[in-house]
Every structure is written in C-alpha cells, then in structure tokens.
Ligand binder design. Sequence first.
Ligand SMILES: C[S@@+](CC[C@H](N)C(=O)[O-])C[C@H]1O[C@@H](n2cnc3c(N)ncnc32)[C@H](O)[C@@H]1O
Length: 279
Amino acid sequence: MSEPKNLLPWASPRDENAPRIDTSIPHSARVYDYWLGGKDNFEADRKVAEGTAAVSPGIVQGARDNRAFLGRAVRYLAEQGVTQFLDIGTGIPTQGNVHEVAQQINPAARIAYVDNDPIVMTHARALLRGTREGRTCYVEADLREPKSILEHPEINDVIDFGRPVALVIVGTLMFIADEEDPAGLVHQFTEALVPGSHFAVSHVTADFFPKAVGNAADAYRSSKLGFTPRSREQISEYFEGFELVEPGMVPVALWRPDEDLELASGREHGAYGAIGRKI
Ligand SMILES: C[S@@+](CC[C@H](N)C(=O)[O-])C[C@H]1O[C@@H](n2cnc3c(N)ncnc32)[C@H](O)[C@@H]1O
C-alpha cells in the first residue's frame, strides 16, 4: 500500500491513531468549508472550489445561504419544542453548528452528528462540545446505509426513536447519485420516525438558474466529486408522509429569512430548503 501524501497538520507521524488521509484528493466537506471562508481545506480542495466559482460565481453566496438556512431551520425546530436532532452530513464544524443553535434555545437538546468523511469526524470530536445538560455524539457512517445509522448503539444512546426527532439532511443529498435512489434512502430514515417528527432538507436545484448551476455541476464533476441538482418535484418525493411547514419548499435564502425579503429575493437561487412534519 502506498503512503498517503500528506498527514493532517495536527497529526504527528508517530501517532498511530492519527487519521491517515490523503489531502491531495479534494473532498466536498473541505470545498464547502473554503466557500464558507473556513481554514480547514487544502490545495486540492481550493483548486476545485476556485475552479467551480470561476464558472459559477454565485456558488459562494449559495454555500453561505445554505449554511444560514441550516441555522434558521434548527432554531425554528428548537423553538417548536424539538429536543432531538439527527444531523446527517454534518460538515466541518464552523459557525452555527446544530448543537450550538439548538442548545441555545434548549440546553437539554440532544444531537447525533453523522458524516462519512473521517476528516469531518476528527474536527467534530475535537470541536463540537455540547452543554452539560444536553448530549452529543459523532458517528462516522454513510447515508447510503440507513441501518448502520438507525441501529448504531451510540446514536441510540443519544436519540430515542420512540419520541419525535428532527432529521436534518442539509446540503448533502445532492451527493447521492440517482442510481443510488436518494428518495428510497430518505424513506428508510423517515419511516423510522414517529408522527410529530420533523425533516429538514436543503438540496441543490437547477430550477432557477440552470446555466449557472449546470456550469458548477460540470466543473465539480471534472474533479471527480460530482453532485446532482434536482427539481422541486424530485425533492418533494422525500417528504412522503410529511406536511411542509410554512413557507413550504422555497429557495434557501427565502425560507423564513432574518434579512429583508427583497434583498434575499435578489440572490442567485441554487438550492431549495424545506421542513416537513410527519403526519
Ligand atoms: C456541503 S456539506 C454540508 C454540511 C452541513 N450540513 C451544512 O449544510 O452546512 C456536505 C457534507 O455531507 C457529507 N456527506 C456527503 N456524502 C455523504 C454520505 N453519503 N454519508 C454521510 N455524509 C456525507 C460530506 O462529507 C460533507 O461533510
């Protein structure tokens, strides 16, 4: 087996437990981190991020709008009395992480974080400390294997699936290819939730700016990462058995915006956001 080209900067070569990750290969979590203005990215990630932004400049604001939607969605859910969050596709910790937003409203809120990128999990374990009253856990698992998440002992220690849960899959389902059946995977998760549970989603779409989003998808694909924009109709399939809360499925920047609606409306919309409540 060949040695990875780079070890993570905080990993001593003698540390046998250090994650051995090849940072010369771009990863979606780190590309997104770069667009958000984070520092947890490497040259290979920056190359993809800059190459994509060069042909689709709106993507940087789009990434920030998506992150802001996550914060507003979690705040809304916590204000509705939701106390348990299953966040799949956590991303590298940055401002407004799910437990920070939720526990600000309810310090006893419980959050299970799931991501399939070992780099994300290393950061998460180091940085995502919850309150004393609440609980958090971090599990490296893949959204394409719902059972490995729903039956994971650490997750079941934090989340009681017998009570309402907010399933949060924000900015992640576009990384699941059509042939992997994203709606079928989502349904395996939503079927495990009791009525009164919620489901928060954001998803890249080409419904509003097909050329810009198409350019971004092409540039991203050339890096072998790849994402699939989906239509309102396709994303709506995820919400089978759920009723959408107001304002329904809208561009992320327009979902209960904190800012002036007119200002948010002027943006290049590249992703839908929605929250449903299980009936
Ligand atoms: C664009 S980031 C979104 C982060 C965060 N949810 C947000 O919206 O700010 C997408 C995250 O999904 C993760 N991801 C992609 N495919 C995944 C999969 N099949 N299973 C679990 N996580 C996945 C990536 O590692 C990355 O951290």
